[in-house]
Design a binder for this molecule. Structure first.
Ligand code: UD1
Length: 375
């Protein structure tokens, strides 16, 4: 088949690294990068570290309001799809780039393959929820990562073309897990960042959701991180959008919270594995922490990844932006007296297996009408 794959953000580059090679082995793939994430730390470094091919087309659309960003991407993507006339367009996840890939393809009558279909927060105010609902309802192939995602789609009347394939990001995490297990890893990362990091002796944090960029939310979660930092250093890998919101709102990061640039793929996984705990609002980091077995506190009032919470044996807790609750859970799951030993044991016994999602997606594409490999 002739495929066009649309990427644009950091998590999509990671998913492309997991699926792209399997797709390219069987199909002619044109890679389009919308440029939604454009700077070195958010995009450039991932192309190199994950050995992604240079995009065939770079749309160069970053920044702007949601409407501006979406409109510019649509205008630039359409002629590429017309020219290439692919058998299908592949989109990942729930970003504005996903929405654009799905919408542009649907308007041209091109079938869509949606990877990470069926996730729901049931909060339609979230831009991600808007994007994923539209993408799901326009898609021909819906590749669901979890049972809950399949159930969510069925509840909306979407059953045709749905395949449970597992989590693509687990495939990639499993590929590199062996490289980050060494207990001296945090020391080396700390040396590069100018921070004294030892296994189990720090908390790793990321925050980027739109709802956590409002002034009241910024004040709430910075206070939570400040409180956690009274016990041990907090390493906050700061998304540029969140950094801009903090500056606009005049909210300072408390002492003991060390702001670092967004980190590369392996470094981010390693910072999670060897931490006492992870505090985040990221969907990707939530799952990675679950696979690595690290205590993870989700600073949102809900999650799309209910299985990750259910199967965490109490290690993953959705705490919202509640300071007391976060402090209580953190004390329970990552007592400073015990955390270094737990981190060391976790790294030593880490045995992360691939989910097989990339192969399942390729097989499902092969089996469907329209595929030259189909029955
Ligand atoms: C997007 C996705 C979100 C995903 C996240 C991963 C949407 C609606 N949201 O959010 O689902 O989880 O990516 O990080 O698509 N910026 C930079 N440099 C960059 C990229 C962005 O400075 O390389 C700035 C932008 O100018 C903007 C802000 O960060 O001010 C937000 O970027 P945006 O592309 O709107 O989405 P994200 O918040 O990254």
């Amino acid at each position: 088949m002739r495929l066009v794959t649309v990427v644009g953000t950091r998590p999509q580059l990671i998913k492309e690294a997991a699926l792209g090679p399997a797709l390219r082995a069987r199909h002619a793939v044109t890679l389009v990068d919308t440029g939604q994430h454009w700077d070195e730390a958010m995009a450039g470094t991932f192309f190199r570290e994950l050995h992604l091919p240079q995009p065939d087309h770079s749309l160069g659309v970053g920044g702007g309001t949601h409407a501006q960003q979406t409109a510019r991407m649509l205008e630039r993507l359409e002629p590429i799809l017309v020219d290439r006339a692919p058998d299908a367009v592949v989109v990942y996840g729930d970003t504005n780039s996903t929405l654009v890939g799905a919408l542009a393809a649907a308007k041209l009558g091109i079938p869509i393959a949606h990877v990470e279909a069926g996730l729901r927060s049931f909060d339609r105010r979230m831009p991600e929820e808007q994007n994923r609902v539209v993408a799901d309802h326009l898609s021909t192939w819906l590749f669901a990562p979890t049972d809950t995602a399949v159930t969510n789609l069925a509840a909306e009347g979407v059953r045709r073309g749905v395949t449970l394939v597992g989590d693509l990001m687990q495939d990639l995490a499993a590929r590199v897990a062996g490289e980050i297990r060494d207990p001296s890893t945090p020391l080396a990362i700390g040396a590069a960042l100018g921070l004294p990091l030892r296994a189990g002796g720090y908390v790793f944090a990321t925050m980027h959701r739109a709802e956590n960029r409002r002034p009241d939310a910024l004040r709430a979660w910075t206070a939570i991180l400040g409180d956690a930092a009274a016990e041990r250093p907090v390493v906050l890998a700061l998304h540029p959008g969140t950094a801009a919101s903090l500056a606009d709102a005049g909210v300072a990061v408390p002492p003991g919270v060390h702001v670092v640039a967004p980190q590369g793929y392996r470094t981010t996984l390693a910072l999670q594995l060897h931490a006492a705990a992870v505090l985040t609002d990221s969907g990707g980091i939530q799952r990675e922490s679950a696979w690595l077995g690290v205590p993870c506190l989700v600073l949102r009032d809900r999650t799309e990844w209910v299985e990750a919470v259910e199967r965490s044996g109490g290690r993953m807790v959705v705490v919202g932006l509640d300071l007391e609750r976060t402090a209580e859970v953190l004390d329970r799951l990552a007592d400073p007296a015990d955390a270094p030993r737990l981190a060391e044991e976790r790294a030593r016994s880490l045995d992360l297996r691939a989910a097989g999602a990339a192969d399942a997606i390729v097989r499902a594409l092969d089996a469907l009408p329209g595929s030259s490999h189909g029955a």
